[in-house]
Design a protein around this ligand. Sequence first.
Ligand SMILES: NC(=O)c1ccc[n+]([C@@H]2O[C@H](COP(=O)([O-])OP(=O)(O)OC[C@H]3O[C@@H](n4cnc5c(N)ncnc54)[C@H](OP(=O)(O)O)[C@@H]3O)[C@@H](O)[C@H]2O)c1
Length: 266
Amino acid sequence: MNKGMGLTIGVIGGAGWLGGAIAAAILDADVVRPNGLSLSYRKQRPDRFPGAFWTPDNQALVDRSDVVILSVRPADWTEVKVNMEGKLLISVMAGIPLAALCESHNTRRVFRCLPNAAAEVSKSYTPWIATKDTSEDDRAVVRAIFGACGVQDEVETEAAIDYLTGLTGSGPAFPAMLAKAMMDDALLHGLDRDVARRAVNMLIIGAGRLLERHDTCPGDTVQTFREYRGTTAAAIDEMREAGFDNAVARGLEAALRKSVAMGDAS
Ligand SMILES: NC(=O)c1ccc[n+]([C@@H]2O[C@H](COP(=O)([O-])OP(=O)(O)OC[C@H]3O[C@@H](n4cnc5c(N)ncnc54)[C@H](OP(=O)(O)O)[C@@H]3O)[C@@H](O)[C@H]2O)c1
């Protein structure tokens, strides 16, 4: 996949957070040339992506694109009334099932993909699933687009996408929650606010970089620190005793319920 292939890609909702991040990543990775990229906006045309085609007309975007990425919020989707006959449709919307996308947009070549906000730094995890009418070439396009945004995996069921919408679609939110709880505790112990913020942010960054280098299983990391029998082991045991694992499981269950409900409401 490179500039030479002359792929044309359109991003409906290209002015938004995720649509803009995907557009930036695929331009950086040369998956598309600027003049092969179209983006649509609703209220205001952003001052981004020179050389790309901006339009408020979604059908005009579809007509000039081989591949259309649909990146509006699920609640706005019913307003996007476009015919995508003959096009490859890639939805990144949470909750909207493949069957509903096929029916609304008159195409059977549809992918449901669930990136996260880390696409902005090419570190998204993106699970995806396709209709049976998609080809190996279509799959190669999806792998190139979400490979440019980070790491991608094909999964076998839409139920897996619904679940991962809560787990990885949240991007930095859950690590940020842990970091916030730590920072609040540090402040209670009298630490300077800037020192506390730098300390917890660097803790998360360092943990991420170590994972990137060693790709260890999280359970093994926890076990290694428990076996060390130091301060970390004392904290891990107390956090578990206080219901840490159960709180995470309940939160993810709530995210799954919300993800399925968004699809049911569509
Ligand atoms: N952000 C994430 O981390 C994340 C993660 C996983 C999945 N997603 C999914 O990605 C999708 C986009 O999320 P987001 O966070 O990027 O939301 P966002 O920042 O609100 O972007 C959505 C964009 O769509 C535009 N839009 C709405 N209706 C439109 C229309 N009819 N024609 C053209 N543009 C239109 C909005 O324009 P206005 O500003 O003018 O309203 C906005 O710029 C959602 O479906 C969400 O479920 C997001």
